[in-house]
Ligand binder design. Structure first.
Ligand code: PRP
Ligand code: ZN
Length: 286
């Protein structure tokens, strides 16, 4: 039988849709009916298992799945950070401590002798240890934000993304415990054929990530400004410069990091750049 790579991804929740669309952006077609817990790709030797996010690290470390997309927070809680092979640049969030909005909070000594509710007892225990704070940890598996309001705990340690759940529950964020995002994890002891498939998948994922971080830029500029504009645009190697029909003008094409674009737009215009187009890149192999 031909080797297939088995990947575990979240069935439903914050990472589910983006995990599937990442596979799709990698050119992999998956046909899965609603509610299906397993599906196969039609054009890549890949089988997809749809699981609860908290179960993914266990399935991967136990070798039931060869790899998986999981939240770094969950992987860290389960003490499996060695399995992480790539950060995937989505589902960014933080694990944070929060207290009632009206609490007078100054520093972590606030929690001394108090109770903190969390689904992340291991990460929280380490954090409190490094801060030298003795607090008791109340482990609960969901709806953690309700705990301070009902008198179960003085504070919570939970995932914050937009912050709207904290707001709705009258809480304020006071400490960042760890930053998290979706990561690719790998099973121990994969055989050679699976490693080859995994590396193919990883390089496709990398091309998608790199493309998402960059934009293709096209602009027209007077020849006298071209060298200054080139200095602003690093490009992959160097910008492409083509003469325009209008004498003394050129068209310039380059690649710029998305986050840098807004910083240089004013300078480009000041240098006489016109007709600036910024377009998304679908895949970028560097
Ligand atoms: C987290 C966390 C909060 C919410 C915060 O749940 O438990 O309820 O997200 O997001 P917000 O800051 O955007 O309001 P998650 O989606 O990780 O689900 P799970 O804990 O049930 O896996
Ligand atoms: Zn979860």
């Amino acid at each position: 039988m031909d080797t297939k790579l088995r990947i575990a991804i979240q069935k439903s929740g914050r990472m589910a849709e983006k995990s599937l669309s990442l596979l799709k952006d990698c050119g992999i077609s998956i046909h899965s009916g609603p509610g299906a817990l397993k599906a196969s790709a039609t054009n890549f030797p890949l089988e997809v298992l749809f699981l609860r996010d908290d179960d993914i690290p266990k399935y991967v470390s136990g070798g039931v799945a060869d790899c998986g997309i999981a939240g770094l927070n969950v992987v860290a809680e389960q003490g499996d950070l060695d399995a992480v092979v790539d950060e995937l640049d989505f589902a960014k969030c933080r694990l944070a401590l929060a207290v009632k909005r009206e609490s007078d909070y100054e520093d972590t000594s606030f929690f001394e002798g108090k109770k903190i509710a969390t689904s992340y007892p291991n990460i929280l225990r380490n954090f409190l240890e490094t801060k030298g704070v003795e607090a008791s940890i109340e482990e609960i598996s969901g709806s953690v934000e309700i705990a301070p309001g009902i008198g179960l705990a003085a504070g919570i340690c939970d995932i914050v993304s937009t912050g709207s759940t904290l707001l709705q529950n009258g809480l304020k964020e006071v400490e960042t415990v760890m930053l998290s995002q979706a990561v690719l994890i790998q099973a121990p002891d994969l055989d050679g054929n699976k490693i080859i498939l995994l590396n193919r998948l990883r390089s496709r994922m990398k091309a998608v990530r790199t493309a998402a971080r960059n934009k293709y830029i096209l602009l027209n500029a007077p020849n006298s400004s071209i060298s200054k504009i080139c200095a602003l645009l690093p490009g992959m190697k160097s910008p492409t410069i083509l003469p325009l029909a209008e004498e003394g003008w050129s068209s310039l094409h380059s690649v710029v990091p998305e986050d840098m674009f807004w910083d240089i737009i004013d300078e480009l215009q000041a240098l006489g750049a016109q007709g600036i187009l910024v377009v998304p890149i679908e895949k970028m192999i560097v």
